[in-house]
Every structure is written in structure tokens, then in C-alpha cells.
Write a protein of this length. Sequence first.
Length: 435
Amino acid sequence: MTTIDQLKQFRQGVYTILGNGRDALFDLMDAVLITRGVKSFVELSLSPVFRRKWSSIYECLSDSKPAPEKLMESYIKQIPHTQQIVLAGDHTAWSRLEAVTLKERTYEHQAQAMSGSKPVTLGQGYSTIAWIPEVEGSWALPLLHERITSFTNPIEKAASQLKQVCEKLPTRPLSLWDAEYGCASFVKQTADIAADKLFRLRSNRLLYGEPRAYTGVGRPRIHGAKFKLNDSETWWKADSFVEVKDPKLGWLRLRLWLNLHFQQSAKIKMHLIQVQRLNEDAANPAKPLWLVWLGLSMPQLSQFWQLYLRRFAVDHWYRFAKQRLHWTVPKLNTPQQCESWSDLLPLMTWQLWLARDIVTDNPLPWQQPQAKLTPGRVAQAMGGVLGVIGTPAVVPKPRGKSPGWATGKPRLRRIRYPTVKKTTPQRQKSPAKSA
């Protein structure tokens, strides 16, 4: 199967999943893919591939509710199973400061501080779990991208998403997580999920080693010696270490401690890895990177930091979704509309991934040519691909009576004259009778 046929079959398959309003949704997605920038959401209706009126943009988001589970299954079918599947999870905020009537607005973390110099905003949080297809690059293909409701939190949502994805995958994946997920709550909620986990720890975390053997007196110990990440005096001798040289970062030292645990999850053993950059300035050493491994077949110690670097592709996708796919541009009224619109973002990203080998680089005059295309570069050349493969959406039908220019015959217009009320003249009495 050629790549063009694969892309056409993928678009036809998801067309049957979208349900109500799928024709307008496909026109909307095609308009987003070929439109570089808009100031308002309704400007997408001016795109030549959007063949409907501007009001259809909002109507299709209100009428449709794509099934994320079925879309996820169609995404998984596109994943090759030649090597271990690498997943990455994270969450971000859709800021809605002006939407005072929007239901279920919550306080969310954001990188840019708002009033009061606090990295907090009002809006909606979205949790994402994505497939990372390449060792290096900015490609991250979301499998689930869902809103975090007001009655849950990012930890619970991520654990639920990881369970849904792993139940559909044919092999055991490797999942990568940031420091927010490096806690006992996430470890316990994902303990029964068939997935290896590699996540970062904050430098102020406290771990415990294995307890000493039971002496027969009193209650058996649950925790061993304390291991404070920010206190080197509490560290004991590492079980293994290795030094590697990276072309960009220089010399790195990796140390491994086996069988540590959190205080609230004592039964779940973890392996702790420290990644230390050996720079020339001994007076100001670089801060180490702390990683934790939970899984069956542990990779080589020298590969841990390279595996974790693949997690940053999710951050690249968040920036791409907000800046190029216009995720946060619309000012929608309900959370349901926001969810319907957000479900289209992974679908558009997968179309770009399937079209990466079809398009040729079409850089702007101030851009350098690229041999390995990023999602943004593929989107710049997507107009030519859509012109070749077409769209599964049906041509819109005109509403009401067809005008004369549509049928080729002049339309006779009936002239309605104002009605005049008929009045009967009064009979005049004769002079004789009146006398």
C-alpha cells in the first residue's frame, strides 16, 4: 500500500467514526491544516476548502461528539510493531480568563505567570498520552487528549489513560513521565498496568531502602534507611555506575541504586538513577537529574537519560497545537464544545504524520530547507496533498428553494398587490319617505 492510499484509507475510516456533523468537521480540519494563522476562529470559514457557511463551524462542534476510544483504536492500527512502543504523558492548560460563565473552570498551572506573578491561570486542563515514534525530533502523536474534569486530578486522569491505551496495545510499552507524576499516588494507581515506567523525581524527594531482616522482636520494619535526594550524606554506595560521553553534553556519570520505595508505597520496589553532568567548573557543579525505573526488563544504564529525553516531544506538540493548529483560539461556550474541538487535534496530527513522506519541503523565503520535516513543515505543504487525495466529506446541499441561477431558468417572482377592503355604499333615503 502506498502512503497516499494509506492516508486516504485513514481519512475514510475516521470519517465514519465522527458521526453527526462529520462533513463540516472534515472541512474544518482541512481548513486548519492549510491555514497558517488566524485571529479569530470564524476566519477559518474563509478558507477555500471550507465549503459551508461560517455558522457551520460552531454548529458541528455542538452537534458532534467523536468517540475518543474508537479514534484511539484507529491510531493504534498505524503504529508499527517492529520495536518497543514508547509513550509519553503530560498535561497542559487551556487558559479561559474571560469566560466567566464557562462551566467547570479550574485553576491550572501555566508557564507564563498571570497577575500576582504566579504561574496559575483559570481555564481547563487537558491530559495527553502520546506515541513517540522517533528517537530524536519533535513528533508526538497523541492517542488520547482529554479534558481533566473538576472532580478528578492529573494523576488519576493519566493513570486512567495509560490503562485504556495499554489494553489496546499488542505489546508492553515503555511510558515516560515528568516529575509531577513521580509520587506514590501515581505509582500505586499504575501498579497493575502492563507498562514499564520511567519518570523524573524532584530533588527534594525522600525515598527509603529495604528494611533490615526481622529479628523476631516487635513489629517487622517496613522502611529501611532514608535516602534524601538533596542530601548526599544519606546516600549509600551505588550498586553500579558508568560514565559516557555525549557529543553535546560532554561527559556524564550515571549511578544506579536498586530496590528503593516511597513511604506510601512500600511494597512497590523502584530503581533510582542519577544522571550527573561532569563539567569543568568544579566550584559550580550542575544539578543532577533523578530518574526512577519501574518495569520488567531494565535497559542498560547508559541508555536511561537518552530514553527520558524523548518525553520532551509532548511539550513540542503542545506548542504546535496552540500556535499552529489554533487549539486555544476559539471562545467556545460549553465544555462539550471544547472537548469536541480538542478531539480533532490528534486526528489532524496523525494526518500530518501519514503525509510526511508524500509532501516536499516548501519553506518560506526566510526559512532554511529541511531534510527531516517537522509537523509545521508538513502542514505548510499540506494544501497540495489535499488537492490530490480529496476529502470524504459530502458537498453541502443548498437550503430552501433553488434560485434561478442554480437551475438555469429565470425564476418568476409573484407580485403581491396590497388588498383593498371592499365597502358597500349606504343607500340614501328618498325625500318622500323622509318627509
